[in-house]
Unconditional design. Structure first.
Length: 338
């Protein structure tokens, strides 16, 4: 292929796995990342997995000059957009940063695409746009709401994409609402590497298992769920990356379209289910303490994946065992200098 896929945030957790899947499918990849929540060493690890180094540009999606330079210097056919701030709690503390990066950054990126006449866009959205679900599993036509600034940024960008699609012919857009990405590449070379205290369950559990943290705080055990702890749809990051590839191929084959699709497994696991599965995968105990509910948390959330299977021919294939085994392998590799 003589063209490339621009992957914004491609050095991050999901973006790096998507880059691997794209390169293994024969695509050339250009990564644009400001490294605010990722490391340059990921690029070498992507090359070790795929045999090909991705082209890397350190820059910010809010910088129009940088964006124009990327499109002028490379023959970009499509954009996968992962360059968003993503911590719910942090978004309530620094909302302006989230609105600036996630909304303004997306507008700048889409504007640069307009100028470069690139019209294929795969957007990293989130199941958080569903708010408190009124039905389970959650279908794509479920009503949307936002309970925090992070969720609101995803909702707003979804609306911007719909407005753009309706205003200008030729756009091929996929809005991918995914649930709870976990796991790592089976090689253990790339995975989730949060800076500071992890915001997500799996890396926190892994750090308790390795002794880096004393115990896991489980926020509430009085929900209307089988064991009282929150139930979520956890999806292996490699399945998620394959879902992005399927969406890209769908868009490439369309004259114009806007696709909105859930990426999940369609199954829900509780916090304690995940703790027990991780203990089995690691052979280590995971100490935990039940504390009060966290504001804004919901009892249960999992996807209706029917549409993804029908429209994209995609279905998650990895279960909770592989999620935990791969996450543990990645965690163990962090202590090895390679």
């Amino acid at each position: 292929m003589n063209t490339s896929i621009l992957v914004t945030g491609g050095a991050g957790f999901i973006g790096s796995h998507a880059t691997v899947v794209l390169q293994q499918a024969g695509y050339q990849v250009v990564i644009l990342d400001n490294l605010c929540n990722s490391a340059r060493s990921v690029l070498d690890r992507i090359e070790r997995i795929t045999g090909t180094p991705p082209t890397f540009i350190q820059g910010d999606i809010r910088d129009a000059q940088t964006l124009d330079g990327v499109f002028a210097s490379h023959s970009i056919s499509a954009v996968m957009h992962f360059a968003g701030l993503k911590a719910v709690g942090e978004s309530t503390q620094v909302p302006l940063s989230y609105y600036d990066n996630n909304i303004n950054g997306s507008v700048q990126l889409l504007s640069a695409m307009q100028r470069a006449d690139v019209r294929t866009f795969i957007f990293s959205s989130s199941a958080t746009v569903y708010g408190e679900p009124s039905i389970l599993p959650i279908p794509e036509h479920h009503s949307r709401s936002a309970t925090n600034p992070y969720g609101h940024t995803k909702l707003v960008v979804e609306d911007i994409l719909e407005n753009l699609y309706n205003s200008e012919p030729g756009w091929r857009i996929a809005r991918l609402r995914y649930f709870n990405p976990v796991g790592a590449h089976p090689s253990g070379l790339i995975g989730e590497a949060p800076q500071g205290v992890p915001n997500n369950l799996m890396p926190y559990v892994a750090q308790v298992a390795t002794g880096q943290r004393e115990k896991l705080h489980v926020f509430g055990n009085d929900y209307d769920t089988p064991d009282g702890t929150g139930v979520r749809d956890y999806i292996h990051v490699m399945d998620l990356a394959e879902g992005h590839l399927a969406a890209l191929r769908y868009c490439e084959a369309a004259q114009q379209d806007m696709l909105t699709v859930n990426l999940g497994t369609g199954e829900g696991y509780s916090v304690l289910d995940m703790v027990r599965a991780f203990e089995a995968a690691s052979g280590r105990p995971v100490a935990y303490e039940i504390t009060g509910r966290r504001a804004g948390d919901i009892a249960s959330c999992w996807a209706d994946t029917t549409f993804a299977e029908q429209k994209l021919g995609w279905k998650a294939g990895k279960g909770i065992k592989e999620m935990c085994e791969d996450a543990w392998r990645w965690e163990m590799r962090q202590s090895v200098k390679d």
